[in-house]
Structures are given as C-alpha cells and as structure tokens.
Write a protein that binds this ligand. Structure first.
Ligand SMILES: [Zn+2]
Length: 459
C-alpha cells in the first residue's frame, strides 16, 4: 500500500508552531491554532495537530505575522540582530532610501538575517548628484546651494532608474535640503504618480512656528491632490510635536476626500538625527517646539549638550537625540488607528537611539500591556498588515495559507524593551521565536548563529 505513506509525507511540514495564540489582524483571528510551514511559506493554519520535521511549542505565547519596519535606517548585520530580537522580520530603508538601488540589494543578498529593502531615495540621489560629503544625511554641497536644472534632471533620472531596479517607492527628506524648491518636490510627486508608487516623506518643516509643520503637511497634501501620488508621512510625532493631533485630523480629512495618505510614529519622546544637518540651522530651538541645548543628547557619549559642545560637535557631525516630543503626544499617536509603528532606528557599534532595538517590544509592553493605550490586536495591525498593505505586499503581514513564513512569537506577559538612551544596545525581552522565510532566526529568546534567510523585498 503505497498511498498511505505518501499521504503522511505530504502532510509533514518543515516546521510546526504548535498550540500558540495566533493573532492575525488581517482577518481578526485570535484563537489557538497550529501553523505548518513548508518551503518558506505558511502551508496550514489548523485547529487540529500538525506534524513537522521540527516543532516549536508555542503554548501560552502569541504567534503574530513578523513585524514590518517601514523606517529602518540601520541596514547592517548589527542592526538586523537588534531588529530580529525586537520581532522585526522585514526592515526597510524607506525615508533616506538608496542610490544606486541595485547595489543596495546585491550587497545584501544571502548575507542578511532578516528581509531588507529600500526606496529609490531623493536624499540619497541628491547627495550623489550634488557631491555632498555627508554619510547618511547631507551636510554641505546639497545643503548650501540649490540644485541646478541639470542636477534636478539627473536626480529624477536616478529616482526612475531606482524604481526600475525594484525599489519599494520613493524616499524624501525635504527638511534636509532647505533649498529644494516646491517645484522640484512637485516633480517628484509627478514621477511617483506616473509610476504608481508611494512617496515616503520627511516633511519640509516641523513644529508650531510658521513656516512650520502645518504648512509642511499642506504642501504634501496639495502635491498629492495635484498629482494623484500616494504618500506616507514619516515620524508624525517628531514633526508635529504638540500639533500632532491637528496633523492627524488633516490626514484623516484628506483620506476622506479620497487622497491616499498614511503615517507612522515611533514610541519615544525623543528623535535622533545628525547634528551637522540642516535640521540644526539657525532657529532650531523654536522649530523643535521651544527646546534648548540641554534637550540634545550626544549619542556617542550620552552627554547633554551646551552651546559650546553644540558648536564643536556640529562641526564634527554625528547623531544627537532630540528630546522634544511630549509623552502624551506619543500616546495620542499610538491611540490613533491611522498611525503605523516604525522605528526610524539605526545602531552603529552599539551607539544610537534605543528605538533601533526596542520600538516593537516597547509598544507591546509599555503601551499595550501596561498603559492600555491600544489593544494587542490593534498594535499588531499597525506592525504587520498595515505596513504590508502600504507596500502592496499581499504575501506579507498576515497568517494565511500561502503567505510568506515570516512570524514572530512572543510572551505577551513579559515582552518589553530594554534599550535606553544611555545604553541603547540592549535586546528586547519576551520575543521568544522569530521565523524568517520559514527558518528560525530567534530560538527560545536567543539569536540562532549562522543563519541568513533574509531576502530582498522588491516592488
Ligand atoms: Zn526623518
């Protein structure tokens, strides 16, 4: 009788997650289920037991789609380790973006712990075209002068080529280019509309003082309306500060009028950027809602700045934390169903903002379990299916037959961030198992050595 053994082997899965509380925000499923994984895909979601070549006992744990971070500047092995331990299975550089895009992808192929991807970046492209010497962000050539018409044309060509090479959209950071004109920005919106892709934008201005964040969002909404482009406004709380509620009302209103506008926030009361960038041009205190030197914290040492150290470090360049976001604004954003979770994180040899290591566990532990700002289902929605839908990825961010087997298994009673501004390089706790492309990258709360299942996510 050959039939019976054939059937048995057909039902054998590579990996089974047994008896976990499966939460799938795409379908609102919240029930104990067994998940069978085969060849990198979810092959069964069942109330009945499944048999696998290996089995993870998920009893008492939540099984969720792997978290998708739309704003992850950190694109190195070090960063991918921190992301995995925070439950992130896909980390994307959508704001700065890449240029050239093909090189971004090929240099990570078969070398990444988790999935990666990038936009075709206006920040990156302008830095290349204008020969700026900044690393992550512009600091001289692209800041001090306007682009010539020829340079603007070259930037548009580079952006278009990046889209041809599989980029996930167009990234923009208008605030980093004080001389980027409104007409140039509008041209990029036209390109996004023609190519039916999404712009991920750091707006022109932040804070309450005009020209401020309200004008900046009006530019975005007007350009989206004029061109038909889809837009994602990055880190709404660090731009909006106390105007964040007003911005969210504007976005909601624009959506009601048929515009495709989405947004995101990270769960911290400080931002971080390069001290040598245009963000700290004259008047930065007012633009950041009335902060001062002591609200800036130099990432390399953890020291608070003075006028003297500000001047010294600004010349040198490097990351600085900007303590400018009121705690109630973080809660207001997370309570709003429009706001996705995204980290904006980057870690460099253990230095950086704690958001690079702790954003997702912090939302689940501090804001869901401890403060009840949003429900567990709702938090997971903002981390999984909402970013997947923004990206147009039907195979990610959900637990369904045939979906990519990127999964995060955590203890809802214990999950919490450990990274702080003083000691950012600390893994989150309570993230027990993380699966990327069907393979365990975190097992019993520890990184699995020697596995690199991450894949490039392309459009
Ligand atoms: Zn930004």
């Amino acid at each position: 009788m050959a039939l019976f053994p054939t059937l048995v082997s057909a039902q054998q899965y590579d990996l089974v997650l047994a008896g976990g509380r499966v939460i799938d925000p795409a379908t609102n499923l919240d029930a104990v289920r067994n998940i069978g994984i085969r060849a990198g895909r979810i092959a069964a979601v069942s109330a009945s037991p499944l048999s696998g070549a290996s089995t993870v006992d998920a009893a008492g744990l939540v099984v969720a789609p792997g978290f998708i971070d739309l704003h992850s500047h950190g694109q190195t092995p070090e960063n991918y380790r921190f992301k995995a331990r925070d439950g992130v299975t896909t980390a994307l550089e959508m704001e700065r973006g890449a240029a050239p895009v093909a090189e971004f992808y090929t240099s990570r192929e078969h070398r990444a712990l988790i999935n990666y991807g990038a936009t075709s970046g206006d920040i990156a492209a302008r830095m290349v075209v204008m020969h700026d010497t900044g690393t992550l962000l512009p600091r001289d050539q692209a800041v001090k002068r306007a682009a010539t018409p020829a340079e603007h044309r070259q930037v548009l060509d580079l952006l278009a080529r990046g889209l041809d090479e599989g980029a996930l959209g167009i990234g923009m950071g208008i605030a980093y280019f004080p001389l980027e004109t409104r007409a140039e920005v509008l041209d990029i919106f036209k390109l996004a509309a023609e190519r039916k892709t999404v712009i991920y934008v750091h707006m022109r201005n932040g804070g309450p003082t005009e020209p401020g964040v309200v004008d900046a969002l009006q530019e975005i909404i007007a350009d989206a309306a004029a061109t038909g482009a889809s837009v994602h406004v990055v880190h709404i709380t660090s731009m909006g500060l106390r105007e964040t509620g007003l911005l969210l009302n504007m976005i909601e209103g624009a959506r009601k009028r048929g515009l495709d506008i989405t947004t995101e926030a990270y769960p911290y009361t400080a931002g971080m950027t390069d001290l040598s960038s245009a963000i700290f041009d004259e008047g930065w205190q007012q633009r950041q809602g009335g902060i001062s030197f002591g609200d800036l914290q130099w990432a390399a040492t953890g020291e608070r700045l003075t006028p003297e150290s500000f001047a010294r470090y600004r010349k040198q360049g490097g990351f600085v934390a900007v303590h400018s976001i009121p705690e109630e604004i973080v809660r207001l954003a997370l309570a709003n169903p429009l706001v996705m979770v995204a980290s904006d994180g980057i870690m460099e040899e253990g230095k950086g903002h704690p958001r690079a290591a702790g954003s997702y566990a912090r939302v689940l532990g501090r804001y869901v379990r401890e403060q009840h700002v949003l429900s567990l289902m709702e938090a997971l929605r903002r981390m999984t299916v909402m970013p997947a839908d923004r990206l147009g990825l039907r195979s990610k961010g959900r637990i369904a037959d045939g979906a990519d087997a990127d999964l995060t298994v955590f203890d809802p009673a214990r999950v919490i961030d450990r990274a702080t501004f003083e000691k950012p390089a600390q893994y989150s706790e309570g993230i027990e198992y993380v699966i990327v492309d069907g393979k365990l990258v975190v097992n019993r709360g520890e990184l699995v050595p020697g596995v690199l299942p991450g894949r490039g996510v392309r459009r």
